[in-house]
Design a protein around this ligand. Sequence first.
Ligand SMILES: O=C(O)CCC(=O)C(=O)O
Ligand SMILES: [Fe+2]
Length: 271
Amino acid sequence: MKNNLTEEQITTYRKEGYLIIEDFLDPHELEDWRTKVSEAVQSRTDNPMPSDKDYSEESDAIKGKKEIKGYFQQRMQLWMDNEPFRELMFDPRIGKMAADLEGIDGVRIWQDQALFKLPYAQQTPWHQDNPIWSFDSQHAITIWIAFDDATINNGCLFFIPGSHTKKYLKPEAGEPPARIFELNPELLQLQAPVPATMRAGSCSFHNGLLMHGASANMTPGSRRAMTCGFMPDGSTFNGTRNILPESYYQSLKVGDALDNNDINPLVYSRN
Ligand SMILES: O=C(O)CCC(=O)C(=O)O
Ligand SMILES: [Fe+2]
């Protein structure tokens, strides 16, 4: 695993809001991750969330997330019910990379997701990650790992460099993805979106406020990838339900620390 970051990589990440690390996993590691993530996805059958956890059908995380849209085979919080996947995701080397890129002391898992973009699936709309999560932070960070080559043809990510400085207005449900540029004309003043093409086994990190999306999959194969959003240790609840289990969500008041290791495990801490 190419987990040692140079000063130059950290500087680039902070300026652009993202970083691509080609061949992050070596061929042996790639095979191991691909197998374990595929097995974790299969063992979920058609359930996007762990079935024994307290996720109601009303949860934001579940609504509309089955394959009906022909979009993603999406399985979330695999760390919660799959031991081999948990070992991969709890690797402190990855947590340390996230903490070093953001210059923070520790990170917790906010959400992992296998995201297998299905053949001929549509564009992943432009969005920022952190504004839909249950905490507000300038230092949330997401890793995205490719298990197939990610190309412009099969749905690689696109990043808008330098767009990670503020929260942008969001289109309403059902509005076209391009609407975000009408709502936020300042996005047009930034650099053009950059395609994050990468070989299988490579990864990217992006800041939780970076504007990003992915192209459509114009190929007959799946674009297999996984992503994990990290929450800075010390973050507090902002009132949004997002992916929180029902009873935990009901127990929280705005401002409470999100420090429950059964829900948001601390995967790296400097202390
Ligand atoms: O894989 C995709 O199409 C979208 C992934 C994404 O938005 C993320 O990892 O934050
Ligand atoms: Fe995202």
